[in-house]
Write a protein that binds this ligand. Structure first.
Ligand code: ADP
Ligand code: MG
Length: 269
């Protein structure tokens, strides 16, 4: 068996509520990501996907179980100095404004990523822009001068620039037009794998996840309810919940793509 890059073991995350109580948003999740593979994490809005992603990055503490990255426990930020190893995880969010600074040129922000890359001289800013299909001369522009899809590609370029071993996309295509979703998702897969990284791709949209993921994990109310190869989960779902997610995808063609205008909206499935 291949050595796992990421091991999420019996992991739970509990939020403290202002009322004094607590809410368990992630419940005893087991999930592994092998190096250079793509795992899709799907489930309806509010099921705990982002919480699990934050726990992997050490942005929220786990209340049970453990998360190992290359065999080392992920420590919550602030509790101790962030281990250098954790820098090898990069995250791309739904809204690229969350990760791009509106006041700085995109070239300087991609260059920041390159400075964090332990392998020096691996790429240039121009290489990375080319990889995400943007003209080199756009590097002196600011985030607002780009479309939503272009901004998301810039955020992906910056994440890849840092040379991650694990790239996490938390609903990275949810804010994009339907016509762009599969394209950006496919690009993310390609760049992650070509740069030697694994990809944990989070989405509420099983149709797009199916196109790019090797493995699919289905989450419902904080628990993983189904896990398997993308083909298995797509063609032979075991759980009613997964079947409902599949049934909510309108008129999917044989390639798993949605025709024309998007009719899947967040929260509907
Ligand atoms: N900081 C928080 N405090 C309390 N509850 C939270 C907090 N963040 C998220 N939650 C709750 O945890 C659950 C999972 O949220 P989240 O991980 O964002 O789900 P998803 O990304 O799948 O939409 C939701 O019920 C949400 O309301
Ligand atoms: Mg989320």
């Amino acid at each position: 068996m291949a050595q796992q890059l990421l091991q999420i073991k019996e992991t739970s995350v509990r939020y403290k509520l202002p009322s004094g109580g607590s809410f368990e948003a992630v419940k005893g999740v087991n999930l592994a990501v092998e190096p250079a593979s793509v795992v899709g994490l799907v489930g309806e809005s509010g099921c705990g996907k982002s919480t699990l992603a934050k726990a992997v990055c050490g942005l929220v503490p786990v209340s049970g179980g453990e998360i190992l990255f290359k065999g080392n426990p992920v420590a919550p930020l602030g509790m101790r100095r962030r281990p250098r190893e954790l820098m090898r995880i990069q995250m791309v969010f739904q809204n690229p404004y969350a990760s791009l600074n509106p006041r700085r040129t995109i070239g300087s922000q991609i260059a920041d990523g390159l400075r964090a890359n332990p392998v020096k001289d691996s790429w240039s800013v121009a290489d990375l822009l080319q990889q995400v299909e943007l003209p080199t001369e756009t590097q002196s522009r600011y985030p607002h001068q780009f479309s939503g899809g272009q901004r998301q590609r810039i955020a992906i370029a910056r994440a890849i620039a840092a040379g991650p071993e694990l790239l996490i996309g938390d609903e990275p295509i949810a804010s994009l037009d339907a016509s762009l979703q599969a394209k950006v998702a496919t690009l993310m897969r390609k760049l992650a794998l070509e740069s030697g990284a694994a990809l944990l791709f989070i989405s509420h949209d099983l149709a797009v996840v199916r196109i790019i993921a090797d493995q699919i994990a289905v989450m419902q109310r904080g628990s993983l309810v189904e896990q398997g190869s993308a083909a298995q989960v797509w063609e032979d779902p075991q759980r009613e919940y997964t079947k409902r997610l599949l049934a909510a995808i309108p008129a999917v063609d044989g390639m798993g793509r949605l025709p024309g205008v998007n009719t899947v909206t967040e929260g509907k499935i």
